[in-house]
Design a protein around this ligand. Structure first.
Ligand code: PMP
Length: 414
């Protein structure tokens, strides 16, 4: 029955991680997988998560393992939407004609960011039938898998300029202006682009919003690093809020993940937010029903444990403050490692320009090594990174950063 299955590609970050685990070399370094690691190279449960867990497990709540609604935990969803769109903090610049900007957003809980991307793709594929989806080149590889499985034709736009090692604004605008059609979907990383760490500037975001508006494209934001990128959750949501509040983008999606910013990777906490036109009440009800129908047939409802942790933290001002402190701890350590790696390469006078290491933001950097160099560094130094040269900065620490810089220097010179 299964003897003629077509070959299926392995997921690279997970297979690189597997190879790293198998490696017994004492100096091995894992820069492959996108997870936060502390200074001693270990997973770091956020302190605020530990506090929330104590509160939750002390509660002796007999209902704690009950089913959620299909839509998910409603209190969690409202807090999650507030975090994305800035509702309820007095920071929204929504025009007065929209009485309650919340009424434009339908939110459902998902199996983390991947599930939100998948559900959104399924919603659009079945109901809007977009001509194609425009995926940044490069991107998080799973975007391709998700949209392939949703049966939507995939096209790419040239996201990265490898010469300037920054966002390719001209190439993106040119490609989308010339070739995108009404109702095509455009995948946008809301902040801390994975894998390049290069984001559009605010002016460039503004131009992208105008282009989407003018051409009737459907923006699909992937928000996997809010607060984790800069340490400031508002700043990292700027692009989405700009599309929503200032550009009045009529319809778009946001896939939100709490994997990185709460360190809840395996708990699978996320949400899909679908923005609709102002105050079209039936539309939001129908949309909600459609999403619930898709969820019911797929996984019935998302898991409750991790969402309860996030809800507990976001609902409590004191815990929220502690969360901001934890975000700062993570983002500052990553920043520090960017600077240390950069300084080490300068000290070694490694050929090349390494400024992008400190200019790019978030968890990842496109270090600028070729595939043969990546394979050589793995073979000789037991340092693991993706073939594209993407490195996860949080795999660096004071003990290994000198070794990594030396290895980069060596493969660059040979
Ligand atoms: N989108 C992007 C761009 C990501 O980098 C990730 C995590 N690697 C995700 C979505 C989804 O992660 P998760 O399913 O763990 O939320």
């Amino acid at each position: 029955l299964f003897s003629s299955l077509p070959p299926t590609p392995l997921d690279e970050p997970f297979s690189v991680n597997g190879a790293y685990i198998q490696d017994s070399h004492p100096q091995k370094v894992n820069l492959g997988i996108g997870v936060y690691r502390s200074e001693d190279g270990a997973p770091w449960p956020l302190r605020v998560v530990e506090d929330a867990e104590k509160e939750l497990y002390d509660a002796k709540n007999v209902g704690r393992h009950e089913y959620l609604a299909i839509q998910g935990d409603r209190a969690f969803l409202q807090l999650a939407a507030d975090l994305v769109f800035g509702f309820g903090k007095g920071k929204s610049s929504a025009p007065a004609v929209i009485e309650d900007p919340r009424s434009r957003v339908v939110s459902v809980q998902t199996v983390s960011g991947t599930g939100a991307n998948r559900l959104g793709a399924e919603l659009l594929a079945r109901n809007i039938r977009p001509g194609c989806v425009w995926i940044p080149d490069p991107t998080w590889a799973n975007h391709h898998t998700i949209w392939e499985l949703a049966g939507v034709e995939r096209k790419t736009y040239p996201y990265y300029d490898s010469v300037s090692q920054s966002f390719n604004f001209e190439g993106t605008i040119r490609t989308l202006s010339e070739s995108a059609r009404k109702n095509d979907v455009v995948i946008l990383h809301a902040c801390a682009h994975n894998p390049t760490g290069a984001d559009p500037t605010r002016e460039q975001w503004d131009a992208l919003a105008k282009l989407c508006n003018a051409k009737g494209l459907i923006p699909f934001f992937d928000l996997a690093y809010q607060g984790f990128a800069s340490g400031d959750a508002d700043k990292d949501a700027w692009a989405i809020r700009h599309f929503f509040n200032d550009m009045h983008m009529p319809e778009f999606c946001v896939a939100q993940s709490f994997s990185k910013n709460f360190g809840l990777y395996g708990q699978r906490v996320g949400a899909l937010h679908v923005v609709t036109r102002p105050a079209v009440h039936d539309v939001t009800q129908d949309l909600q029903a459609t999403l619930c129908h898709l969820i019911r047939g797929e996984y019935s409802m998302a898991p409750r444990g991790g969402a309860e942790i996030v809800r507990t933290v976001l609902a409590d001002q004191r815990l929220r403050e502690r969360w901001f402190e934890d975000l700062t701890t993570m983002s500052q350590r990553i920043q520090r490692m960017r600077h240390t790696l950069y300084d080490e390469l300068l000290k070694l006078k490694t050929p090349g320009d390494w400024k992008h290491i400190v200019n790019q933001i978030g968890m990842f950097t496109y270090i600028g090594l070729s595939e043969p160099q990546v394979l050589a560094i793995r073979e000789e130094y037991h340092i693991y990174m993706l073939k594209s040269g993407r490195i996860s900065i949080s795999g660096l620490n004071e003990r290994n950063v000198g070794y990594v810089a030396q290895a980069i220097d060596d493969v660059v010179r040979t």
